[in-house]
Design a protein around this ligand. Sequence first.
Ligand code: ADP
Ligand code: MG
Length: 244
Amino acid sequence: MLEIEELTVAIEGKEILHDVNMTIKKGETRVLFGPNGSGKTTLLMAIMGFPRYQVSKGKIVFKEKDITKLPLDERARLGIGMAFQRPPVVRGVKARDIVAVCLKERKDGETIRQLAGKADLVEFLDRDINYGFSGGEIKRSEIMQLLAQKPELTLLDEPESGVDLVNIALIGRLINELLEKDCPIHRRKCMGLIISHTGGILDYVNARTGYVMLDGRIICEGDPHEILKTIKERGYKGCSICIK
Ligand code: ADP
Ligand code: MG
């Protein structure tokens, strides 16, 4: 389980998130909506533990352990994984090398090939990671790495942005595998938090709870499909009436 209490985060001294509360239980997938610049990426980076994102108040508890001060690599080892909105190109590092690092065991070529096969990226394994990859290929490669890592908490930053419809369907299937959607909820070990700008991912991934973030605060929590409808009809300001 993930519990975030009154989390307040600053970047270079500027407060971006204010008193964010959020609970995600085993087996659940939740979606985070919000306009550009509202602080969605900041929340994911703070949960993952990037040092630029300074927690000035509140705490993050994962699997009953207070991880607020834990370094990023220890959080990854505890079972938190993240796919970035805009992952960097890393010249000289092949996709296969990153997948091998993410795999805890069985780092053999066949396992890596199988994983790449799922993401339709076999022919990309010996290319520099993300170098010349299309939008869809970058997103698939991020999720391929997560499939290798098998985190218990998966953080996805706009997995559908810049991706065409065919790619969204494949990405949706990969996310469902990552979040064990075939398993009954009480048997699942994994949970997910997905940032979505357009809500397109909701057609492929089943999520019961959504949040709206505005100016660094969670202003609404509820059924993600209803939230999306409200945003489309009345804009983000229209969501503020959902405050509970
Ligand atoms: P979102 O993902 O919702 O679009 P972000 O979390 O990326 O929003 O950004 C939230 C706010 O934090 C924005 O106003 C952005 O300009 C600011 N911000 C992000 N990164 C930095 C940084 N490194 N230095 C200063 N401000 C930043
Ligand atoms: Mg963002």
